[in-house]
Design a binder for this molecule. Structure first.
Ligand SMILES: [Zn+2]
Ligand SMILES: [Zn+2]
Length: 253
């Protein structure tokens, strides 16, 4: 039902993936993908975030691979972290231009933008996860933080919205539509679920299905994500890594 031609979310040894960039690219080529993004974890991730000194090496490697292979396009990306309530992410302004594609998601074990952000974003959400029942104020604050992030930065994709953090999918989808940002169905986590994907669909949001591969053999493996998309009845032309979207987009330009 869906002609997937790209995987925009894969990890390598530059964060805590197991394969090299070349390993991921070859795995993608074997699966017949036309495009792959290398999106290691943002600089603030504790323990395995991307090292700023690796950037040049990654860029050179990717340039070389793009020259070497004609059947695939390799993009340098990053899965940046939301680190503040005002939408701060962990990419310094001066480095934003380094990337072909920018992903942003909420992860634990990340250095916050400030002590107050550490409490508001990380501690409050950790405490809320231990309680039952919804916390409307917290959900609203989380959603606003993500919306501010996509307003402040050239973010292309929000990874696994709703995973590890309570958000209002409808509000986020509305803001994403305005900024042309895609919401991710993560084939590894199973986030967004079909229910949330339906909400995003009603708002007309762009969607991406990603493997979030941490090993080369998982690159392009999206079965779980495809099932969710199908269950939600998402049209292929709204999914940015399908052939249909690619063709449409070419017509728009
Ligand atoms: Zn993630
Ligand atoms: Zn990831």
């Amino acid at each position: 039902m869906y002609n997937i031609i790209a995987d925009y979310h894969t990890h390598t040894i530059y964060s805590h993936g197991k394969g090299t960039i070349l390993d991921n690219v070859n795995a993608a080529r074997e699966k017949g993908l036309r495009r792959i993004a290398i999106t290691d974890h943002g600089f603030s991730h504790i323990g395995f975030g991307l090292d700023k000194s690796s950037l040049k090496k990654m860029k050179d490697e990717i340039k070389q691979l793009n020259e070497m292979f004609e059947d695939i396009e390799v993009l340098l990306g990053i899965e940046s972290n939301l680190i503040g309530m005002d939408g701060e992410i962990d990419i310094p302004e001066g480095l934003l231009d380094s990337f072909d594609i920018i992903l942003m998601g909420f992860h634990k074990a990340v250095w916050p933008h400030s002590l107050k952000d550490g409490w508001d974003l990380f501690a409050r959400n950790a405490l809320a996860a231990m309680r039952t029942g919804a916390n409307e104020r917290l959900r609203h604050a989380n959603t606003m933080a993500m919306i501010r992030a996509i307003e402040r930065y050239p973010i292309d994709i929000i990874t696994h919205p709703g995973a590890k953090i309570d958000i209002d999918t409808k509000e986020l989808a509305r803001a994403a539509v305005k900024r042309n940002v895609a919401l991710e169905i993560n084939a590894s986590h199973g986030f967004m679920t079909a229910d949330y994907a339906r909400v995003a669909k009603e708002e007309g949001a762009l969607i991406v299905i990603s493997s979030d591969a941490h090993t080369p053999d998982r690159v392009g493996v999206m079965d779980r994500g495809l099932e969710i998309a199908k269950a939600a009845g998402l049209p292929p032309e709204k999914i940015i890594n399908t052939k249909e979207y690619d063709e449409l987009k070419r017509n728009w330009k």
